[in-house]
Design a protein around this ligand. Structure first.
Ligand code: EPZ
Length: 441
């Protein structure tokens, strides 16, 4: 049964939240366990929907997944990996995009994989052409079948020299998860180097993989015949940390985010300071707060790491609606990631979206009819309204806008937020938010 959040705005969020393992690493580390010939242990695992989806997909394929009732740590044993029925895979995949990353490990473990047509947030076309091209270059046979794609490699996967047309996080993970046990050397140029990628490389190195990240965004992998297990503590979720930081600005509050890691958030912290946000950076987390003065508008362009992360812009845009002046955001990673602004405009925000590249460099989406630049004028008084959450990050932005708005907002579709924000309603309550949760009639 879906829930409805009725939020009474105008209450500053103050207090402490704990952010645990990164949504964009933990499911990939779970999939990596399939490559080992013995059990692995993954720690700092958040209770989010994406972890549940991958747990059931792995169990479907014969992997045992045990969760420590006290710590939430997972023990994954791939010893009895087996094929699974297509209908079962499809039923369990949900709207996650993770199934595409099972290809390499399943081919190494059982010689084949079936990937259902994928879901994921509606923030663009989300193609998987890079993934399929990578698998073909490793020697896999990719066949479109009803409801999904069947991939096999009768002679096993062979190392390849691969160049990505764009530093895709998922395609880089596809290479890492396929190449570590492929025969021979793989050289990947144009790779993504996000902190979650580096953490996945750390996981694979613990298993026995030989992977080096070179200075020119090239990753070199020397295939090994076997891998062992790993014992790894996942890095914390920098996207959730940035979301709570923006929530502190938007509601004029003060939030200590335990687990927020300066190393992974440097670019965000610079931007947060330029907007006028206050921060105290500690060893166990970061305090984010509104300093009481005006917020400063800015010109922002999202990019791959170490640029400003695309997942950070939605919550920050809500803060920019409160800045004194005109801000510009040029989204260069996804072509259609401003859909969430529609609800903000209904609440009173002054935002226009444009087809032009309003940034320092033209991006892939310039002149292709994608509304991928936004102009935000502030400050604007936000007023509560009815909201249906469109996607994960946009949904969180709607929540914090409703928390800052005058009046009451009725928010539906909040189950999407459970995909990436652990126990977010409990955290909101702990920060003093004024809301009720009821089941949708
Ligand atoms: C990962 O998505 C993250 N998701 C995203 O976080 C994140 O925004 C994104 O990386 C960029 O950092 C997970 O890790 C589960 P990409 P991914 O492949 O791997 C194009 C969130 O809210 N592309 O780097 O799917 C694609 O269309 C989510 O936590 C192709 O054209 O991102 C996009 O324009 C949202 N063909 C660009 O590359 C392909 O085969 C970046 O996508 C693959 C990607």
């Amino acid at each position: 049964m879906s829930s409805v959040l009725t939020i009474r705005g105008g209450v500053p969020l103050t207090g402490r939240v704990t952010v645990r393992g990164a949504k964009n690493l933990v499911p990939k580390a779970m999939v990596a366990a399939l490559l080992g010939n013995e059990p692995s242990v993954l720690r700092n695992v958040p209770e989010i929907k994406d972890v549940e989806v991958v747990t059931s997909l792995l169990q479907l394929h014969g992997v045992t997944v045990e969760k420590d009732p006290h710590t939430g740590d997972l023990t994954l044993d791939p010893t009895n990996a087996k094929t699974a029925s297509h209908t079962a895979i499809d039923a369990h995949a949900g709207d996650s995009r993770i199934p595409i990353l099972l290809c390499g490990p399943l081919i190494h473990a059982i010689g084949e994989a079936f990937i259902p047509d994928l879901g994921g947030c509606k923030i663009g076309d989300r193609p998987i052409d890079y993934h399929l091209n990578v698998l073909r270059q490793f020697g896999a046979v990719v066949e479109k079948r009803p409801g999904g794609i069947h991939i096999s490699a009768p002679g096993g996967l062979k190392g390849a020299k691969i160049s990505l047309p764009y530093p895709s996080v998922g395609a880089t993970e596809q290479v890492l998860l396929s190449a570590t046990r492929a025969e021979g050397i793989t050289e990947l140029s144009g790779a993504a180097t996000e902190p979650e990628i580096v953490d996945l490389i750390a996981v694979l190195q613990k298993m026995g993989a030989i992977i080096s990240v070179q200075t020119d965004r090239t990753i070199r992998i020397e295939g090994v015949p076997d891998l062992g297990g790993y014992n790894h503590r996942a890095l914390s979720d920098r996207n959730e940390s940035a979301s709570w930081a923006s929530a502190a600005l938007v509601t004029r509050g003060d939030i200590f985010v335990e687990g927020a890691t300066q190393r992974d958030m440097m670019t965000f912290l610079n931007t947060y300071r330029k907007v006028g946000g206050g921060m105290d950076i500690g060893d166990d987390g970061i305090r984010f707060y509104h300093k009481g003065g005006k917020l400063t508008p800015l010109v922002l362009e999202t990019d791959v790491h170490p640029g400003f992360m695309t997942d950070w812009q939605q919550p920050l845009i809500v803060a920019l609606t409160q800045a004194e002046g005109v801000s510009i955001v040029h989204e260069t990673v996804y072509e259609n990631r401003f859909g969430f602004t529609e609800a903000l405009i209904r609440m009173g925000a002054n935002i226009q979206v444009h087809r032009e590249c309003l940034g320092s460099v033209p991006c892939r989406f310039g002149q292709r009819n994608f509304l991928h630049s936004a102009v935000i004028s502030g400050p604007a008084q936000l007023t509560g309204t009815d909201i249906d959450v469109p996607d994960l990050r946009g949904g969180f932005s709607h929540l914090i806008a409703a928390l800052a708005a005058n009046g009451t907002s009725r928010v539906t579709g909040i189950d999407i937020i459970n995909r990436g924000y652990e126990r977010f309603t409990e955290k909101l309550a702990g920060l003093g938010a004024d809301f009720d949760i009821t089941s949708a009639e």
